[in-house]
Design a protein around this ligand. Structure first.
Ligand SMILES: [Zn+2]
Length: 282
């Protein structure tokens, strides 16, 4: 026990020493913490993503044309993101649940259930991807996680990346996954809509695509179809739709250097799945 305490104390001193060294370097202290936090964020994202695959199963199989189309939209939008240290990736999950979500570290997920409703509308898909990337750009997940973990756990993470099977890590991954399922606040949703529409417009997509997506959600809400998880994690209000509409009027899509990708998406409802490798854009 005494030896363990000594080891803990030594790690504390090491942390203090590292902090003082970084702080004495002045401007580099900020980048030191930024790098540390980004490292933690990427590790948390990996754990959360692993949990998503456990829950939803392997990625969906898409035709080569569908893969190219989604990869083109995704690289257009992610290419406009400001957080260059985040390796954004897109995965389509083989699930009838209508959902899209983002995990820390830039993991963006869309479901087949969602694409079945908006897959014909390239601009709508671009805006949804923009919205999810915006949650990561604005660090919504990490900020919420920081509040839930408290200083003790954050310091433990800062003391060095714990091994993946450590109790601390398990606790962090469970909380991060819980937060993802709880969804975002109204303000965070407004912020993600705003940034998402701007990203889409900057990449040459129509920001009205967001409004069309919301209109479809509204219709589905009225029908009370099962699996409509998007609304539980991204509450939709009339104010939110109206704001998106006003913003879409004000934003002008940037000129594109190559034509906008045209959707080849085949809804899966009855068409069945084509033979193709699982879809993942690194
Ligand atoms: Zn959202």
């Amino acid at each position: 026990m005494a030896r363990r305490l000594t080891a803990v104390r030594a790690r504390w001193w090491l942390l203090v020493l590292v902090f003082l060294t970084a702080a004495s370097a002045g401007a580099s202290a900020q980048s030191f913490w930024d790098e540390l936090l980004t490292g933690i964020e990427l590790s948390i994202g990996q754990s959360v993503a692993a949990g998503v695959f456990e829950e939803y199963g392997p990625p969906a199989r898409l035709s080569p044309e569908e893969q190219q189309w989604l990869a083109a939209i995704f690289s257009d939008i992610a290419g406009r993101a400001q957080r260059k240290e985040v390796p954004y990736s897109l995965t389509v999950l083989d699930s009838p649940v209508v959902n899209a979500f983002a995990a820390p570290g830039g993991y963006i997920f869309l479901t087949i259930g969602l694409l079945d409703y908006i897959g014909h509308d390239t601009d709508a898909v671009a805006n949804v991807i923009g919205h999810e990337i915006a949650h990561v750009e604005r660090r919504h997940g990490m900020n919420a996680l920081g509040r839930r973990l408290g200083l003790g756990l954050v310091l433990q993470l800062a003391l060095g990346p714990p091994s993946e099977d450590s109790p601390v890590w398990h606790q962090v991954a469970v909380i991060a996954t819980e937060l993802m399922h709880l969804g975002w606040s109204r303000d965070q949703e407004h912020e993600a809509d705003n940034t998402g529409q701007r990203l889409a417009a900057a990449a040459g997509y129509d920001p009205h695509g967001m409004v069309r997506f919301f209109t479809i959600l509204r219709e589905l809400e009225g029908l009370e179809i099962p699996f409509l998880e998007f609304l539980s994690t991204h509450p939709l209000t009339s104010e939110r739709i109206e704001r998106a509409r006003v913003r879409a009027e004000l934003l002008t899509p940037a000129p594109r250097s190559r034509p906008k990708p045209v959707s080849p998406y085949t809804p899966r409802g009855s068409a069945g799945e084509p033979e193709a490798p699982p879809f993942f854009v690194p």
